[in-house]
Design a protein. Sequence first.
Lengths: 388, 89
Amino acid sequence: MKRFETALRGRLVYEITGVQPEALLNACAAEGVPFSDVLSVDAWTLRLSVPEHEGTRLERLARLSRCEAELLQRRGGSRDRALLRRRLPLLLFALAVLLGLFVSSLYVWEVEVNGAETLGRGRVLRALEDSGVYPGVFWPNVDVDAVRSKMLTRVPELAWMTVRVHGSRAEAVLLERSEKPEICREDEAADVIAERTGIVTKVSVLSGRPLVRPGQAVLRGETLVSGTLESIANGARQVRARAEILADTQLELMAVSPAQTAKTAAGRGARVRFALCIGKRRVNFYRKGGKALDGYDKIIREYVCGIPGLFTLPLRLVKEELRPYQTAGPAQTDAEELRERLTQKLETLVRGELLSVTCAASGEDGQLCVTLHAAAREDIAQTLEAAK
Amino acid sequence: MKNRKVAQELCERLDLPAEAAGASKLTVTGGDQALVENHRGLLEYGEELIRVRLDGGELVLRGSKLRLTVMTDRELLIRGRLFAAEWEG
């Protein structure tokens, strides 16, 4: 507080020399001149400070007390004001920057999406933009409830969402809807059909009437266990057929990819170009921006101006790196990669054990074709609800 | 001097405190602050010794790092480590 008062009102530090400098202190007290920071240098010298406007009175009292008053230092007050006057443009610039920061913090310059696990970020951002949350929006005008209602209508996969604003950064927090589990009614009539073509090896019926035996070949969609039970007393009775039917099946999976693969050529021919985005306006620092870039990979990096987590300014530097690429012949790894993918797919399809797997690759008409042939022993039972 | 004696006599009869009649008063708080009321000015000022003129005498304060914090025509506030206060008539 004292420092603030000193800066505002200013203080003068005097050195008083005389036969009896205490006489000046007495005179000041009698005249009501406020002084402070009294320091005894030696028997004839004192140092003290007085408010800037009391300097003249102190000097007069010093003469009356037969002392010599020497001004040692000026603190704050008119001295600082003069310094500030000289640095007015700098001060105005600082004020303008502060004002700019304040105004900028009222706008959203970055939209962050959290919780979109299956939904694509792009889709969420587009839906947010349609709902009124986009870079450049004045966030005090954003009604979170209205945004939530619009988002839930636009994206049915959402169970709940909210928008939080941290300075110039809007954070959309999403909760995706979990899929409803399949509800099976035990009293509902159903048959068991074959999910795949194969030769039945084992039949275990829990309820229903079996229509196949081990060793019998069945086609896909063929009824294996019927839900209709014949009864001598009451006629036909419908039940929910349940069974485990093991069968030897054959599966064939095929994948096709272009035989020519694009490979990025490092080094020569690579170009870098920059652009500056101010709010929604973009200033390109290059010419011929609309030219098609065939044969180039474009890698875009954006550098946002601001302090992460604190504030973001509507300034983004965009760096585009253009790397030329050339096509190369089929590589062994491509066929291997396709085979790997097909094997993974096969494992998700088979509900049993794989007996044998063979793979063949061929290249025709510029296309690489990989075929996976598998023999499996698996459960082919599939429940089919009876039509109502 | 005669007026002061009359005033002191009056204060005594009316049960008023002596400082109301202009008598000097020293209040020491915690050994590091001394308030002198009704003083008549400083005689000597130093970090280890401060002499204050009083009505009909003087007060000598001894200590270390003594500093005059506030001084008005009636009061003196001194801060620092106080060792002794001597009243000389």
